[in-house]
Every structure is written in structure tokens, then in C-alpha cells.
Design a protein around this ligand. Structure first.
Ligand code: ADP
Length: 228
């Protein structure tokens, strides 16, 4: 990951340097409109670098986080709440299929768990945008001493040859995407002793499975939601 970050930050740095040098020449020639253009490009690149920095800072924070028993249903509800205005804009309601009285507790850092869920639900919202009927579902089931949380949507799904690639840092197919959400989420999941994987459902949409350790205070919980 550090090699891609290095590349992603060095590239704009080199460009900023050359826009600045070129700006001096343009000033000497009194081409003020072009100088303005260079300054705008420099500002855009700085903004992008700052956004990357902010996302990486969140990732760095998680390494110090310690895992406690977290209620999955509350965490999912909080994540849906945080994404409220985005979901409203897209015109989709997330179906939280984890029952309210569920005893599904996972071993996690609560803030980091929300960060993963927010990333997954936000990606699902981006994916269903163009569908006439939009559907996002969150379900969970206990498998032995693990809990599997699934976020599924009825978007176009992920091309089979990209199922691994989407977790690489800076891989994005979105015009305004950074391509850091999934790589950060996967690393956070791993740091909590879990996994994060993607596949397509039989009806075409994407299914992201987050597997975490069940909390030791976990009661015997029945399967909830569909094991898509
Ligand atoms: P970003 O959202 O900035 O592109 P991510 O790392 O979150 O970065 O996602 C990487 C890529 O994975 C997306 O650009 C998209 O191509 C693909 N992807 C993620 N979630 C979904 C989904 N639910 N359905 C289809 N493609 C997805």
C-alpha cells in the first residue's frame, strides 16, 4: 500500500512543482490568464492530496483502537443514520434485516466498525443510483464463533476480473472516487481479526461480506437475514 500512496502523492507534487516553475515564466511574459490557470490546477491538486491525507489519517487512527463487544444492530443503525442525506439524495432506503432485539455482538472497535459499514453502504448507494428500483440490504448471521455481516445491493455488480482489484488502494471506477474506501476497510477488518470480501449475487448486484469475531458475551443467536 505504501508504494501506491507514495506514487499517488509524488505524482501531484511533481506536477505542482512544474506548474509553479512554469507560472514564473508565464508571469515574465505577462500571461496572467495562464498564471491563474496554473494556480487553479495547483489548488485542485493540493485539495486532492489533502483528501487522501484525511482518509489515511482515519486509517492510522484505527491501529491504536482496541476491540470491545459492539452491538451490530446499533452499529448498522448508526451508520445508516450518518448516511441519511446521501441515501435520501440517491432515493434509496437501506433495509436493516438485523432484528432490533438481536443479540449479535461482535468484537470490534466501534468507530472503525462504523467506518467500514459507512463505506460499504455508501458504495452500495453509488452503485444503485442508475437503477429504476433501488435496493440495499444489510443482514447478518452467526457462523460458529464468527459473525458475518452482508451488505448487498441491486446495482450492476462487479466484473468478475475486478473482484480482487477493487480492494487495491486507489482503484476506482468513479469520476470523483479516490479508491481508498475498500482498501482501508479491508485493512481495518483484518486489524480487528476479521475479513472483508466481495462477490456478486445470482441476480447481479454486489455482496460484501464482513466477517468478525463474535463477542464472548454473545448469546446463541439465530441466523438473521438472508445468507445471500
Ligand atoms: P471509491 O468509492 O472512491 O471508488 P472504493 O475503494 O470504496 O473507492 O471502491 C473502489 C471501486 O470498487 C469503486 O470505484 C467501484 O468500481 C467498486 N465498487 C465498490 N462497491 C461497489 C458496489 N457495491 N457495486 C459495484 N461496484 C462497487
Amino acid at each position: 500500500m505504501s508504494a501506491s500512496i507514495n506514487h499517488e502523492l509524488n505524482q501531484p507534487l511533481t506536477a505542482i512543482r512544474s506548474y509553479a516553475d512554469n507560472g514564473h515564466l508565464l508571469l515574465d511574459r505577462e500571461r496572467y490568464g495562464d498564471v491563474r490557470g496554473n494556480l487553479r490546477k495547483i489548488a485542485e491538486m493540493v485539495d486532492r492530496m489533502a483528501t487522501i491525507g484525511a482518509q489515511l489519517k482515519q486509517f492510522a487512527r484505527k491501529t491504536t483502537g482496541h476491540c470491545i463487544s459492539v452491538s451490530l444492530v446499533d452499529s448498522v443503525a448508526a451508520s445508516i443514520g450518518i448516511l441519511g442525506s446521501k441515501l435520501k439524495n440517491v432515493g434509496v432506503e437501506v433495509e436493516n434485516r438485523i432484528p432490533r432485539d438481536s443479540s449479535l455482538n461482535v468484537q470490534a472497535d466501534p468507530i472503525q466498525l462504523e467506518q467500514i459499514l459507512i463505506n460499504l453502504i455508501s458504495n452500495a448507494a453509488n452503485a444503485v443510483k442508475e437503477q429504476s428500483e433501488r435496493r440495499i440490504e444489510v443482514s447478518a448471521e452467526t457462523v460458529g464463533n464468527r459473525v458475518v455481516v452482508r451488505v448487498s445491493d441491486n446495482g450492476p455488480g462487479i466484473p468478475e476480473d475486478r473482484l480482487e482489484q477493487i480492494f487495491e488502494p486507489f482503484f476506482t471506477t468513479r469520476e470523483t472516487g479516490l479508491g481508498l474506501g475498500l482498501s482501508i476497510s479491508q485493512r481495518i477488518a483484518q486489524s480487528m481479526g476479521g475479513t472483508l470480501n466481495a462477490r456478486n449475487s445470482i441476480d447481479g448486484g454486489a455482496v460484501f461480506s464482513l466477517e468478525l469475531c463474535a463477542a464472548s458475551d454473545q448469546q446463541d443467536a439465530p441466523e438473521t437475514g438472508t445468507a445471500a
